[in-house]
Design a protein around this ligand. Structure first.
Ligand code: F6R
Length: 364
């Protein structure tokens, strides 16, 4: 049941500190601050290319993973949506590894993409939330997310636990291929173990985010901007908002604004900026200024240091806990979920069962 919550989605958002913790516990050895994935019938450190395929929110988890694996493991990663990948019939490298990400483990396009990759001799890895699912059964190695059943159609805790597993995978590949030292691994493990507490901290901003949501509930269009690890979170924020509140929303790489979408900006378009104070922060701020200069209503998500830098340039802010760069996408997902949730509740839409959507998409 929903317990004390009004919707499954709300309950599932609030379960995230616990389920991220459960997922971490299954892959982390806290004593040695190292990561231990299940044994694999191949050496992942030998991979010369990794192909990631998924749909929807799970695809955005793949975009974050690309960033992590390229940066921390030095391994090139291709990421594609399953419905494009499978019909393109792409060549796949001999001895390559393909990774499929799916909450349900039953998404028809993702499953078809898996079968295609298998026919091309790839080793098949999957990240699923349902261990007895078809995708799990047809994989060589299954990495499970311990999100528990996800009932709300809009994916929340499945996404953040997918990211948690992908972080562990990125570290493992880096260690196995020699790109990541034991010291770097320990640093990342420490950052990951901070997450449940930091996520819980953001959940305390519920009332504040609800008030921001009320202010954007009348918008016709909303833009989400981010760079680097923040870009997939901008995409995810926009998807969450459109699917449950039916407001048109777009996620953009902040640097792409000037190549077109900036033409959309007027005082009626709220712009949500995902901006942890990492090495891309200054660039994101200059994109934010371009938007603000054209009358855009900016809602700026950053830590205390970032918020101090921008002074009163944004019309609203959400103060996030300071977080290691590596872990920021997991943390910054939480407020965009909460924002979408509260907009939908304010508009009175069916949060758990949005129109036209199914929890598990078994049609092609
Ligand atoms: C969005 C959402 C969908 C799913 C997509 C893939 O909130 O839930 O975009 O992420 O249908 O589903 P799975 O992960 O079950 O393959």
């Amino acid at each position: 049941g929903k317990g004390n919550y009004n919707h499954f989605m709300q309950k599932e958002i609030f379960e995230q500190p616990a389920v991220i913790g459960d997922t971490l516990h299954s892959f982390i050895n806290p004593a040695t601050r190292s990561i231990k994935l299940p044994d694999m019938p191949f050496n992942i450190g030998d991979a010369t290319r990794l192909t990631i395929v998924a749909c929807g929110t799970s695809f955005y988890a793949g975009l974050v993973a690309k960033h992590w694996i390229e940066r921390y493991a030095g391994l090139g990663v291709d990421v594609d949506v399953a419905s494009e990948f499978r019909y393109r019939c792409p060549p796949m490298p001999k001895g390559g590894i393909a990774l499929f990400i799916s909450q349900s483990g039953e998404t028809a396009d993702t499953l078809a993409a898996l079968r295609y990759a298998k026919s091309k001799g790839q080793k098949i890895l999957s990240i699923v939330n349902v261990p007895e699912s078809t995708i799990a059964r047809e994989s060589d190695v299954v990495l499970q997310t311990y999100a528990g059943p996800e009932i709300g159609v809009a994916s929340t805790k499945a996404f953040t636990t997918q990211l948690t597993v992908l972080a562990c995978l990125a570290v493992t590949i880096g260690r196995e291929n020699g790109s990541l030292s034991a010291k770097d691994e320990a640093g990342i493990v420490s950052a990951l173990t901070e997450l449940p507490k930091q996520v819980a901290e953001i959940l305390h901003h519920d009332e504040e985010i609800r008030n921001l949501a009320i202010n954007i509930a009348d918008a016709r269009d909303v833009l989400y901007l981010g760079r680097g690890l923040g870009y997939p979170i901008a995409l995810e924020g926009a998807l969450k908002l459109k699917e449950i509140s039916y407001i048109h929303a777009e996620g953009y790489a902040a640097g792409e604004m000037k190549h077109g979408p900036i033409a959309l900006i007027d005082p009626l378009v709220p712009i949500i900026v995902i901006a942890p104070s990492d090495d891309l922060f200054e660039k994101t701020v200059s994109n934010m200024q371009e938007a603000a200069a054209r009358g855009g209503r900016v809602i700026f998500l950053s830590d205390a240091k970032g918020l101090e830098t921008i002074g009163d340039m944004a019309s609203a802010t959400v103060e996030m806990p300071a977080v290691a760069d590596f872990a920021s996408p997991i943390l910054y997902t939480i407020p965009v979920q909460m924002l979408a949730y509260h907009v939908a509740v304010h508009k009175g839409t069916d949060v758990d069962q949005p129109r036209n959507l199914a929890k598990s998409v078994t049609v092609e």
